[in-house]
Structure formats: C-alpha cells, structure tokens
Design a protein around this ligand. Sequence first.
Ligand SMILES: Nc1ncnc2c1ncn2[C@@H]1O[C@H](COP(=O)(O)OP(=O)(O)OP(=O)(O)O)[C@@H](O)[C@H]1O
Ligand SMILES: [Mg+2]
Length: 497
Amino acid sequence: MNQVVLEMNNIDKSFGGTHALKGINFELRKGEVHALLGENGAGKSTLIKVLSGIHQPNSGTIRIEGKEILMDSVQAAQSHGIGTIHQEIVLVPHLTVAENIFLGREITNKFGFKDLNSINKRAAEMVASLGLDIDVLKKVSELTIAQQQMVEIVKAISFNVKILVMDEPTSSLSDEEVNKLFETMERLKKNDVSIIYISHRMEELFRITDRVTVIRDGTYVGTVDTAKTNPDELVAMMVGRSLENYYIRTYSVQEEEVLRVEHLSKMNVFEDISFTVHKGEIVGFAGLVGAGRSEIMSAIFGADSYDSGKVFLSGEEVRFKNCKQAIENGIAMVPEDRKLQGLTLINSVEFNASLAALKFMMNGLLISSQKKSEIVQKYIKDLRIKTASADIAVSSLSGGNQQKVVLAKWLATKPKLLILDEPTRGVDVGAKSEIYAIINELAKNGMAIIMISSELPEIINMCDSVNVIRAGKLAGSIGAEELTQENIMKYATGGVK
Ligand SMILES: Nc1ncnc2c1ncn2[C@@H]1O[C@H](COP(=O)(O)OP(=O)(O)OP(=O)(O)O)[C@@H](O)[C@H]1O
Ligand SMILES: [Mg+2]
C-alpha cells in the first residue's frame, strides 16, 4: 500500500504575470485516494493539468514509479496510465454518449471503418457496469448535467487507468449518484488504481480519502492522514485562519410581499406550485436533483413557459415572455449551469460582470466606461474575485471564481427578487461564507431571495422557510422552527405524505 506511484516535485507554473504554482510537491501511493484541497484559485486544476500534459511546467519534475517522465502532451499522460476528469465538462454535445466515450480511439472493423455496433455495445456495457441508467445512443446535449458528468467518469476509467484524476466530479451530482461514484472508486482502489480527488465538499473527503494535501495560493502547505485530521484543521490549513461565524443570518423578513405564485403548473414538469416571498425573506427550495426546482424558477423568470397558474410581482399579475422582461421588472436569476447560461468564457471579467446591468452604467445615452469599471471593480473587491485584472478572459479564472463572476453579473442589476440556483456550487469554504454574508446583507437591505440548493446545511442555516419539491409537486413547506435535515429529506424522498 505504501508504494509510491507518482511524485511531483517542485512544480512551478506561471501564466504571464500569474504565478499559479510555486514549487508544489505531491506524492501519490498505490491504491490510495488522495485529496487535493485548497481555496478557489489555489492552483489545484493547474497542478492536475500539468500532470495530464495540458500545461507545461516552468520547472519541476514528475516521476511515475520512480522514473522521470516528460509529460509533454495529453497522449503522453494517457500512455502512462493517467486518466483525467476535468472540472469543466469537455464532451462533444452533438455526438452520442457512446461516440464520446470512444472519441479519438474508435473501434474499427476489419475494413478499417468505424464499427458503430461494437462502440455502442462496449459503451453500454461500461455504463451498466457502473450501475448507471444512461442510454448510450442519446446525444450528450440531451443529457442532464449530472448525467454528462457521469459520462465523463465512464470515459476516464475506460482507458485502463493507473492514476485517475477527478477535478470536482461531484459538483453537480445528487447524493445517490455520489454514492454510486464512491462505490466505483472503492472498486478501482481494490484494483490498485490510485486516485487524486478534488472537491470542495468537506464531508466527502472524510468519506473517501486516505490522505489530504493542502495548497494555498500556489504553495504547498502540507499533507495529512485523513483519519488523523478534522474539518477545522483542514480549513485552517486552507485559508490560513479558522473560520468562525460560517453562516451569518440576521432575521429580516418584512410584511411587504414581493412574489406570490399561485397554482403554477406545466404538464409533466411541475404541478400546482404555490408560495410567497416577502421583502427581506430568504425562501429555500430543496429536493432531489431533477425534482423540478430549476424548471419552476425558469418559468417564473420567463426563460420557460407554464400552462396555468398565476404569478404576482409586488401584488400585480405578471407573465414574462422572456428573461429580458423579467430583468426589467426587477428579477434576477443566477443560473445553475454557469457555462451554458451564465457566462461567455472568451470574454473578459468586466464584460461578463457588466452585461446584465448596463442601464446602471449609462451616461446619458452612452455607456460610461468609468461607471462600468467602478461597478465591476466594486464586485471584484466585494466578492473577492481572484483575477489578475478585469480585462482578462473569464476562461482563465479558476472554476469557483467564475461562479463569483456570475453572481456579480446578477447582483449588479440590483434586483428586488433574486433567484439563486445552487449559488455556491464549486465554491471553496472561505468564499462560501463570504457569499452567505453577502446574501444575508442583501436580505437585510430588503431584497427578496429564493435559494435553490442541494446542500442541506446551507438551506437550513440561511433560509427563513423551505419548500420541498418532489417529482414536480410541492411535497411540503417547512417553517424556521422545524427546519432540520431529517424533515427536509422526509419530504424530498416521500417519507411522509
Ligand atoms: N489558462 C490560464 N491562463 C491564465 N491564468 C490561469 C489559467 N489557468 C489558471 N490560471 C490562474 O491560475 C490560478 C490557479 O487557478 P486554478 O484553476 O488552478 O485554481 P483551482 O485551485 O483549481 O480553483 P477552483 O477551486 O476555483 O477550481 C488562478 O489565479 C487562475 O486565474
Ligand atoms: Mg479548479
């Protein structure tokens, strides 16, 4: 068990003026699950991109089973048995699941043509062996994000890997899917596969990992045995201080109603949904992934339609045909999938952050670049967005910092109703508590907030009341006094009627 399969020594990497990795050390033993932990922008993804041949380090060495290896291409990494699941999904949307799994190494028949039958059959076997229910003939674009993430995993382990790198594989998975993934990881471990595991969900590290290496600001902090540490110690290593007041919530619910939804229904998607949100109130929406929470909010926001029911904004009936109308009427929605709906990755931080709020940046009829820059700088500072400047492309930010740019974009519209769909997905513990403080402050200043979240601790600690959605229906509404994990799960899974 103690045999070292991988050693990374003194790895240094700069991107222009950004010194992302400053002499990082990392050691991986045979058959272990080793977590890489650090704040957003600490350098985790960069380190594994160096390992998987995507980035070339400025200096440092990589040894596999004692031998120094030049990891100068993705193919080189694959040929040394390194499989990587990257943080951002890189599947080709218009190809089928099976085609994606075999992309770049198509099975051919004896005439040298692509053998689709074999590809489909092999892919179906692999999917089934993980206990997944995904049709391999479907196009990737037709899958949910969670399913796409599972396909990434199938693809990575299908290469007969010795070292499997998983960069936030669970960020959009439900509990049940996480369990399946962990079972798969246990199986791989037994076959002596070594796993590097990146996640911001602390409880997962204690369930699945053997050791944890912490990096902060591109530097190596230390490596500890999971069994001999605890969350507080890890957080202190990560952020260099301990976090008190993790959740900050001041009661601020006012009498004035901002949103009232009555009997909202859409065939086969959601049915008979009614609730209200007041000024200064945070209303949570819990439920299993796929229960219909995002769909309900999309319908209210005008991004989607509904068949029947009524929506009242500040007492007046509204029905938005598109998001633009909703935004003009003071609603903002931070979407679940930042890549598809939230950001244009090739554009700058400033472009993205200011896009939805240009009306606050006008000087007469023109956009004032000074006002724009002031507002954007304010959010970079308030949300502690880690970026070299406001002008660089969002694609070069770390995943969690991209999430903060999405938040900035919508906060800048100064909405009266803010809908947050999984607001802290992929965000580190330090930044999470900053985001909670910001949400609390917004509510205190009278904003009405809807928060969809799969993280129960976050829902319980931040919300004044919680609606639980199960299979498109309102399974229960829970007031502050009864807000417990057990109560939410009971409604979410149908444990009570
Ligand atoms: N291609 C790139 N060009 C320029 N800078 C980059 C690039 N990739 C990463 N960086 C910078 O390197 C630093 C480390 O980023 P990295 O993506 O490794 O962080 P991370 O630890 O994975 O964070 P997260 O938890 O948010 O995913 C950040 O400051 C980031 O902006
Ligand atoms: Mg990352």
